[in-house]
Design a protein around this ligand. Structure first.
Ligand SMILES: Cc1cc2nc3c(=O)[nH]c(=O)nc-3n(C[C@H](O)[C@H](O)[C@H](O)COP(=O)(O)OP(=O)(O)OC[C@H]3O[C@@H](n4cnc5c(N)ncnc54)[C@H](O)[C@@H]3O)c2cc1C
Length: 389
């Protein structure tokens, strides 16, 4: 990709440096991991050591204190260079819960260690098998007992749980039938998984169509210190909601990066592959899907930038964050589909990396929020239509 600094892109230097780092982790590295569903430890360590995963942590806590647009530039570049930030992207946005809602003692205890890489905060335990998208229906319960909370329940799709030291956990602390609003009675905790693994906490990996290191997590009388409550008791839903705009904008940036990677691959192959004595890219039937996906990506990219601008200015950005996530996930999927079609049979061959990235980018229309729920949000909160669920 071209990383020439321009006035319009204040993060051109960061992009260039991230691209250099990514060049050390070429397709072969990811293919090997994909085959065994192994975690990209060397890649995540390199990003951590270079300070990229702590850009959002303020300088006083050991990070570089940059804005969301810098984090977006980093994740977009990781994807556009053919790597996969899913192994570690959550660290960037989960940390925000501690930063915005944690006590000073929690910030001092965790943020510098997260920034240095001594502690990994990669796991985010929200989704449960029975609640799904209906988050407030979750059943995991944390009961206060002296200076501790005793947690029982189950999470599913807790990504990176095997490769994280800490988990941010959303659990019920007051039963749903005892609160006036279903969003009340939920609380957020920091779980130090090293202390409870095998002692109240069980983690089981789920094999998925791509290498995502997602897990089922079981809590059986798991004890955590009461001091690990983040924010106010029973007000945890707000803590989670506060982090969602950042999460959506960062995932959208990753999808923009994926779309750029697919489009560059497609254009290169369409120029080079000759069938019927001419490049396949000379056929409009081959050009148009690539060009259409490119246009979709550029529109999504503008929405990511607008969302980041508003976020950094402290303005409400829910609509932009949601639209960016939906448009970018659709653009990356369109670009992925065009890439497979452009590559013909070779789109299915592992050595081209297209099929791997195709599997990886499909996720973002489902997680961390599905497209239907984004459309419902826009219908209700932007267009004033009746709530549909
Ligand atoms: C690989 C992977 C990694 C993940 N990582 C994490 C993680 O780290 N932490 C975490 O907490 N969760 C994680 N998730 C969970 C993810 O956020 C959920 O899968 C997602 O929110 C959808 O929930 P669900 O799978 O239960 O689907 P469901 O809620 O069962 O929905 C199924 C389908 O029905 C549609 N639907 C449901 N309700 C409505 C409605 N009212 N209107 C219209 N359509 C509707 C949805 O859009 C979806 O297409 C991950 C998921 C995957 C697959």
């Amino acid at each position: 990709m071209d990383h020439t600094p321009t006035q319009a892109d204040p993060h051109a230097e960061i992009r260039a440096e991230v691209a250099k780092l990514c060049a050390r982790f070429a397709g072969e590295y990811w293919r090997k991991l994909d085959a065994t569903r192994a975690y990209p430890t060397a890649f995540v360590t390199a990003l951590t050591e270079a300070g990229y995963l702590s850009v959002l942590i303020p300088e006083e806590y050991g990070g570089s204190g940059l804005g969301l647009s810098a984090a977006a530039a980093i994740l977009e570049t990781i994807q556009s260079e053919g790597c996969n930030g899913a192994a570690c992207h959550a660290q960037m946005y989960i940390m925000g819960a501690i930063l915005r809602h944690g006590s000073e003692a929690q910030k001092r205890a965790y943020l510098p260690l997260i920034a240095s890489g001594a502690l990994r905060l990669q796991a985010f335990g929200v989704t449960e098998p029975t609640s799904g998208t209906d988050t407030t229906a979750l059943r995991t319960f944390a009961r206060r007992e002296g200076d501790e909370y005793v947690v029982n329940g189950q999470k599913v799709w807790t990504s990176r749980a095997e490769h994280s030291d800490l988990m941010l956990l959303l659990a019920r602390t007051t039963p749903r039938d005892q609160v006036t609003k279903k969003t009340e009675g939920l609380s957020v905790f920091i779980v130090d998984m090293r202390e409870v693994l095998g002692n109240g906490l069980t983690v089981r990996p789920i094999r998925t169509m791509m290498n995502h290191n997602s897990c089922e997590v079981f809590f059986d009388n798991m004890r955590i210190p009461a001091a690990n409550l983040v924010g106010a008791l029973d007000r945890g839903f707000r803590v989670i909601l506060d982090g969602m705009n950042a999460e959506r904008l960062l995932i959208a940036a990753e999808c923009v990066g994926d779309a750029k990677w697919f489009t560059a691959k497609s254009a290169a192959y369409a120029n080079e592959r000759k069938v019927f004595g001419r490049p396949i890219g000379q056929n409009q039937g081959v050009q148009f899907p690539i060009a259409r996906a490119y246009a979709q990506m550029r529109a999504a990219e503008l929405m990511v930038r607008e969302g980041c601008r508003k976020f950094e200015a402290g303005e409400p950005c829910g609509p932009e964050a949601n639209m960016a996530k939906m448009l970018a996930a659709e653009a990356s999927w369109a670009a992925a589909e065009a890439a497979v079609q452009t590559h013909g049979g070779f789109g299915f061959a592992e050595e081209y990396d297209v099929e791997r990235k195709f599997r990886e980018t499909r996720l973002y229309q489902v997680a961390p929020i599905s497209t239907n729920l984004i459309l419902s949000y826009l219908a209700e909160h932007v267009l004033g239509l009746p709530r549909s669920y």
